[in-house]
Ligand binder design. Structure first.
Ligand SMILES: [Zn+2]
Length: 391
């Protein structure tokens, strides 16, 4: 299909057949042409941690790296994210507002990277999940203060660790709740006062129930863990649907490796719980949890293939990773679609991802906030093509 998009500054100003669209371009507008490629909105990864390096022990590395080193690492990872076609990330937990500083540098055009929606420091219980990010709170006053601090630091979203998590050695068990339902409600109230959404990390079913009752906007992981085994509650799934709460399973790009290590059968049972939620109407969104071990920053497509694995068509997956994601994280009126007035967040790939989702790996050009970015992998790809052409 023949088509073109006209971008002025950072906004899409025309979309349509090439000839008509080009005729609207002001004189001197640079022109990129990719005859066999597909143009789509830039992808949105709803769950990353730019602060963590995705190595074998990111928490240990965090402990031995100074702030300048951390920021440099984050800048490099942001470029990697962009190179994989992702033009927006939700950073769900860092330290000392570093993701906000990076966000500003990217938005000013100082560094290449995706738009960052930053949670700043997540609220957690004393000694709780990710306590090392600095968000330990006990009691209502301290919880309010921590939300206020995140708002002051420039947070776009408030993150609360409703249950334990796998990353925190010596922390509470992964299924265990860290806050009462009333405390989570308070977090939501404080966030709303500042006009911000709330993302709740929750593995345990009690924590999921509390987060749903509190009215959070997204639930991260949502693995339905109980002290022993799993506890999937149908009525709770119905509540998630009724309240329009989105669920981000945060399937690692290495979900295949995870299934191998965890045991294929057990992993499939886990994946089945997502299939059940999806079938019952829960809107799933895609995230990588990039930064934790095995979750790299330049392979969002593998996390998207997970959705295909649980039954989504390529078109549905792309919708989940673009328009749906944009709505889920509160920027749906601004990005996630190829339409006039939307922000110029674009991805151009060789091939047709509607036929083969893997084509999303064949990046030729990324446009983020109107700025064109040609990743190294695209340069290599172009070189490869021209070598083949010459033969
Ligand atoms: Zn996470």
């Amino acid at each position: 299909m023949d088509g073109a998009v006209l971008v002025e500054e950072n906004t899409i100003t025309a979309v349509g057949p090439s000839a008509e669209t080009e005729a609207l371009a002001p004189h001197g507008t640079p022109r990129f042409s990719f005859p066999d490629a597909t143009l789509l909105p830039g992808l949105i990864d709803c769950h990353v941690h730019l602060l963590l390096d995705a190595g074998a022990d990111p928490v240990a590395t965090l402990g031995t790296t100074d702030e300048a080193g951390l920021l440099l690492g984050m800048a490099g990872r942001a470029a990697k994210v962009l190179s994989s076609g992702v033009t927006t990330v939700r950073d769900l937990g860092d330290r000392n507002g570093l993701a906000v500083r990076l966000r500003e540098a990217i938005s000013e055009g100082v560094l290449p990277g995706p738009r960052i929606l930053a949670a700043c420091t997540p609220l957690t219980a004393p000694g709780g999940h990710c306590w090392f990010l600095g968000g330990e709170v006990a009691g209502e006053g301290a919880m309010r203060d921590m939300v206020t601090r995140a708002v002051k630091d420039g947070a776009d979203v408030i993150k609360v660790m409703a249950t334990g998590g796998g990353l925190t050695k010596g922390g509470p068990p992964i299924w265990k709740s860290q806050f009462t339902p009333a405390e989570l409600r308070l977090v939501v109230e404080e966030a709303r006062r500042a006009g911000l959404p709330v993302a709740a990390h929750a593995h345990g079913t009690d924590g999921i129930a509390a987060a749903v009752a509190a009215g959070v906007d997204t639930i991260e992981h949502c693995t339905w863990m109980a002290e022993e085994g799993f506890d999937v509650r149908e009525e709770l799934i119905a509540d998630i649907v009724a309240k329009g709460i989105r669920v981000c399973p945060a399937a690692s790009p290495d979900w295949r490796g995870f299934a191998q290590r965890f045991g294929i059968e057990r992993a499939e049972e886990m994946f089945d719980r997502l299939r059940t939620m999806s079938r019952q109407g829960v809107q799933l969104i895609a995230g990588t949890d990039a930064g934790v071990p095995h979750a790299v920053f330049d392979d969002f497509v593998s996390s998207l293939e997970f959705f295909q694995h649980i039954g989504f068509s390529p078109a549905e997956v792309i919708d989940v990773a673009t328009a749906q994601a944009a709505h889920a994280v509160g920027i749906g009126a601004d990005t996630g679609q190829l339409d006039v007035g939307y922000r110029a967040d674009l991805l151009i790939v060789d091939g047709n991802p509607l036929e083969d989702l893997g084509a999303l790996r064949n990046v030729r050009l990324v446009v983020a906030d109107g700025r064109p970015y040609i990743p190294e992998r695209a340069v290599l790809r172009t070189a490869e093509t021209s070598v083949t052409d010459r033969r």
